[in-house]
Design a protein. Sequence first.
Length: 126
Amino acid sequence: MSDRHADGMATRRAVLGDAHVDRAEAAKTDFDAPFQRLITESAWGTVWADTTITQRERSMLTLALLAATGNFEEIPMHIRATLRTGAAKEDVMQAFLHVAIYAGVPKANHAIKLAKQTYAEMEATQ
């Protein structure tokens, strides 16, 4: 494994948690292994591992971009990750307010709905 892959796995575990990464690794097959390697090295080992901005800021950017591009299925995972990145609910709302202005109210509205559901689930399990 490359250093970037090792860095990516460490960052991925730090942001998403061991349980999430362990489930993803257990579900990995020969078919999707190249994709898993790609995201571990590029998203987690390069982008998320970079220290130019904080993980809190990166979390806010990621949530805003997911909402703005309509990639809603990833939002709950990244809302749960805010426990580890330090992005508060208020930070997440600010990101979604930017989405409303610059990418559209319906996208922000749906992202907020998903965030509310995810926060409620998180609070119920604590």
